[in-house]
Every structure is written in structure tokens, then in C-alpha cells.
Design a protein around this ligand. Structure first.
Ligand code: NAP
Ligand code: MG
Length: 492
């Protein structure tokens, strides 16, 4: 008789890199300062990380500028750039177990999620853009007169990249992939909550053969290191993922130098279930749509619109699944949901749960902290939610679902679009014509039909309205890292 072996709990990873990575060197912050990065499951300090500020950013920009203006990266054969990027992906893949554990330790997400979700997606993204490196080219254009006119696609220059803490490794791949393929050089600031895997990836990039100065990583805080990147005249373009409030500050600060900007911001995405849908699949879609990554997803399906005819039975299923969701130690292979990333996010989410109760919504399940150590929150479902309540309007960024009832198509579209956000949406129906009609009428950058959170490196992602501008992933994701130059030659 075969004996079942319990899945092995991954080992605690080693911490190798805690310094700034500038011009290919590991250096302390010039100020000598460090900051603690915390394990959100235990609230213990994992490591002290060098705290970069304006002086360090200046050194990083100098290195990136030199690498761009004089170094080999933008000048080498494009296919060779691609080859180095493929090698980086291979090196990441070789360390997938260690990296998944490091991501879980710093961010709180289940190791299994990092290993089967975040990192494979990052590999796919790096390889997808490695494939683009030698396929970026211009056009010949038949202009009037006796001229030869063509365009060239050239790298925009030094890219400043400021990323959040929710998908640290994936965010690195979304930012480095198109920038490296285009021939840009990079100054990146990871989020203060999750600097460790980004630093590890910088080490692997160097090992893969990315020349010194092409990738520089300056951990630190937003108002110091982040703002220094945005304001530095040596940076040509800023790519930012995070909150709308920070994006507004960045836009104002970047205005003086008319820096190119791309923003990937938040959402309050509608996930819409019609009565004719496959309700088993829709229930899974509603569950994953809100709870993936502890609810810390910009595209979370946080407004669940359910057609009135099935509202009661469908909500029962969603509540039942929420109750069964396993919250706990990210290193336990059975865990489905880890802690929120930090105390500030935990407090913010608990504040929204209180506001939902205060405003008269029904807390059908959850609503409480789990345990007394670490930032764990129960999967939470609110019913009887009104459109004007804060929990129906504002991004909670946690495991809190607001269920809304609808009866009529036009009313549904109006309510689903009545938000300043426009990142994503889901539609569940067996009626093909209706699916396409809803997909057309929703003001959102991505619409998933009979699925949710299906991402692919080749499919562009980004927001309408205040969910951002510019697109990441896919061919469109290269555009922000390229300038188009027109060359006109007289043939007279
Ligand atoms: P955030 O402040 O927008 O942080 C995102 C990144 O921007 C971090 O690296 C942050 O640095 C940096 N930053 C902050 N202020 C800056 C400034 N003045 N100039 C340049 N960079 C700056 O987001 P948060 O405080 O972590 O989270 C707040 C809310 O934002 C969440 O509750 C959620 O609603 C939303 N959010 C959205 C996403 C998304 O994927 N769209 C991701 C994360 C958060 P620090 O390391 O110092 O924070
Ligand atoms: Mg941390």
C-alpha cells in the first residue's frame, strides 16, 4: 500500500542581497541608513536593507545614463540583448524554489502561489520580451516627392521604474522586460515592504550578462528615493504602478521636465453574473476574482453584480466558499490566503469593514482579524451593499467583497461604469451576443468573459479613466520605452 507523503514545507530562504545595486556594485546608502523589512506573517524583522535617498538615486542615474549614452546595451546586436534576457529567465527558473520562498517571506503570499503563479508569469514575460528585442523596427513610408522616408524605433533612454509590493517579482518582469528589449537602461525603486526579491533578481541579471549600469536598484521610501527618481533630469521616462494619489504627485513633479509617464493604478472592478451563467464556474470566478493575492490586486473583482433572479442562491455559494478558504502560514502548502502586506494595509482594510457595517451593509461572513500575530484577515463578504457606500466605491485592496443586485441590462451598465476607475471587469453568461455587448459597453481596459484574472504576457493590460494610462504587456507594452524617429532623405 502506498503511503501518502505530506507536502514538504519549504525551507526559510537565505537573505543574500540587502544593499543598493548601482553600476554593477553592491553599496551601502551614502547616508549609512537602513530600514527594516518585516515578515507580515509574524511581524518579525527579516533583514535591514540599505535606505537609498536622493544622493544614491543621483549615483544610480549617473550609472544608468552612462550605460545608455556610452555603454554597449543600446548598441549591441538586438538579438544578443534578447539572448541575455533569455539567460536571465533561465537563471530565475533555476532558483524558483528559493525565490518563491523569499517572496513569501517578504510579502506574505503563499509560497505555492509565488511558485506556480507569480514566478512562471514573470518568466513568461521576460521571455516574451526577449523575443521582441530583435523585432522592433520602423517602416518605409511613401511620402510625396522624390524622397526616401523611413522611421526608426529608438529606446527612450533611462527609465525610472517605481513599483508596489503586491506582485514584486512579476512587477520587475513587467518593467524590465520591455525596457531591456527596447535598449533602455533602468533605475528601479522596489516598494519598501518588499525589496528582497528585486535585489536578488538584480544579482541574477548581472550573472546573465546584463552590463553594469543597465539595471540599478535603489530600495528606499517613496517621498525620498521615489521622488528623487521622478525629479531627476537624467531620467527620461517614469513607469509607475501603485495608488492614484501617488500618481498625482508624480505627475505634478514630472511636469517641469515633461517626462514621459505611464501609470498602472487601482480599480473597483465589476464582476457581473447573469442568471444564465454556469454558476459553478462563476462562483469560482467570484472567489478568485476577489481573494487572489489576499485581495491585493489592482484588478480585483471587488464589486460583484448578481442578477436578482439568482441572487440568493449565488450569494450562498460565494459565502460558503469564503468560509472554507484556508487562511494561515504562507509556508504551509495547504494555505490559500496569507497575511496582508503590512500594518497600514491591515488597518485600512479593517477600517473599510467597519465602514461597511456602519453604513448598513450586511456582513454575511468574515469581518474579523485571524489570530493575534501577523496581519491576517478573514475572507469577508458584504451583501445589501448600496452603490453609494464607501465599500462599493473605494479600492479596499483586501479580502473584502461587496455584492450588488441588478435586474436590467442598461441599469447594470450604468452602475458598473459609475466609477472613476476602469481597469478590468468580468462577465458571466452563456449568451454570446450579450457577452460581447457587455464587453463593448464597459469602460475598462480588460474584460474577462466566463473567466477572471487570466493574464498573458502577450495581452496588453492597463486602465481607462483614473486606473492609469499607457499599456503594459504585449506589443503595446513596448511603446512607452520607444521613441519614433522619422528620417527623410532627398533622392533628387
Ligand atoms: P503607493 O504609495 O502608491 O506605493 C507604490 C510605490 O510608489 C512604492 O514603491 C512607494 O514607495 C512609491 N511612492 C510613494 N510615494 C511616492 C512619491 N511621492 N514619489 C515616487 N514614488 C512614491 O501605494 P501604497 O501606499 O503601497 O498602497 C496604498 C494603496 O495603493 C493600496 O491600498 C492600494 O489601494 C493601492 N495600490 C495599488 C497597486 C496596484 O497594483 N495598482 C499596488 C499597490 C497599492 P514606498 O515603498 O515608500 O511605499
Ligand atoms: Mg516585508
Amino acid at each position: 500500500m502506498a503511503t501518502a507523503t505530506a507536502p514538504v514545507k519549504p525551507a526559510r530562504p537565505q537573505i543574500h542581497q540587502t544593499q543598493l545595486f548601482i553600476g554593477g556594485q553592491w553599496v551601502p546608502a551614502m547616508s549609512g541608513k537602513t530600514f527594516d523589512t518585516i515578515n507580515p506573517a509574524t511581524e518579525e524583522v527579516i533583514a535591514q536593507v540599505a535606505e537609498g535617498d536622493a544622493a544614491d538615486v543621483d549615483a544610480a542615474v549617473h550609472a544608468a545614463r552612462q550605460a545608455f549614452d556610452e555603454g554597449p546595451w543600446p548598441r549591441m546586436d538586438a538579438r544578443e540583448r534578447g539572448r541575455i534576457m533569455f539567460r536571465l529567465a533561465d537563471l530565475i527558473e533555476a532558483e524558483i524554489g528559493e525565490l518563491a520562498a523569499l517572496e513569501a517571506l517578504d510579502n506574505g503570499k503563499p509560497v505555492s502561489d509565488a511558485r506556480t503563479g507569480d514566478i512562471p508569469f514573470a518568466l513568461d514575460t521576460l521571455r516574451y520580451y526577449a523575443g521582441w528585442a530583435d523585432k522592433i523596427h520602423g517602416q518605409t513610408i511613401p511620402i510625396n516627392g522624390n524622397y526616401f522616408c523611413y522611421t526608426r524605433r529608438e529606446p527612450v533612454g533611462v527609465a525610472g521604474q517605481v513599483i508596489p509590493w503586491n506582485f514584486p517579482i512579476s512587477m520587475v518582469s513587467w518593467k524590465w522586460g520591455p525596457a531591456l528589449a527596447a535598449g533602455c537602461t533602468i533605475v528601479m525603486k522596489p516598494a519598501e515592504q518588499t525589496p528582497l526579491t528585486c535585489l536578488r533578481l538584480a544579482r541574477l541579471a548581472q550573472k546573465a550578462g546584463v552590463p553594469d549600469g543597465v539595471i540599478n536598484v535603489v530600495p528606499g521610501f517613496g517621498p525620498t528615493a521615489g521622488a528623487a527618481i521622478v525629479k531627476h533630469p537624467g531620467i527620461d521616462k517614469v513607469a509607475f504602478t501603485g495608488s492614484g494619489e501617488t500618481a498625482q504627485i508624480i505627475m505634478r513633479q514630472a511636469a517641469d521636465q515633461l517626462k514621459r509617464l505611464t501609470f498602472e493604478l487601482g480599480g473597483k472592478s465589476p464582476n457581473i453574473v447573469f442568471a444564465d451563467a454556469d454558476l459553478d464556474a462563476a462562483a469560482v470566478g467570484a472567489h478568485v476574482g476577489i481573494y487572489l493575492n489576499q485581495g491585493q490586486c489592482c484588478c480585483a473583482g471587488s464589486r460583484l453584480f448578481v442578477e436578482d433572479k439568482i441572487h440568493g442562491q449565488f450569494v450562498e455559494r460565494v459565502v460558503e466558499m469564503s468560509r472554507k478558504r484556508k487562511v494561515g502560514d504562507p509556508f504551509d502548502p495547504a494555505t490559500e490566503q496569507g497575511p496582508q502586506v503590512d500594518k497600514a494595509q491591515f488597518d485600512k482594510i479593517m477600517g473599510y469593514i467597519e465602514s461597511g457595517k456602519r453604513e448598513g451593509a450586511t456582513c454575511a461572513t468574515g469581518g474579523k482579524r485571524v489570530g493575534d500575530r501577523g496581519f491576517f484577515i478573514e475572507p469577508t463578504v458584504f451583501t445589501n451593499v448600496k452603490d453609494e457606500m464607501a465599500i462599493a466605491r473605494e479600492e479596499i485592496f483586501g479580502p473584502v467583497l461587496s455584492v450588488l443586485k441588478f435586474s436590467d441590462m442598461d441599469e447594470l451598465i450604468r452602475r458598473a461604469n459609475a466609477t472613476n476607475f476602469g481597469l478590468a471587469a468580468g462577465v458571466w453568461t452563456r449568451d454570446v451576443a450579450r457577452a460581447h455587448e457587455v464587453a463593448k459597453r464597459l469602460r475598462a481596459g480588460t474584460v474577462w468573459v466566463n473567466c477572471y484574472d487570466v493574464f498573458d504576457a502577450a495581452a496588453p493590460f492597463g486602465g481607462f479613466k483614473q486606473s492609469g494610462f499607457g499599456r503594459e504587456l504585449g506589443e503595446r507594452g513596448l511603446d512607452p520605452y520607444l521613441e519614433t524617429k522619422t528620417v527623410t532623405v532627398s533622392l533628387k
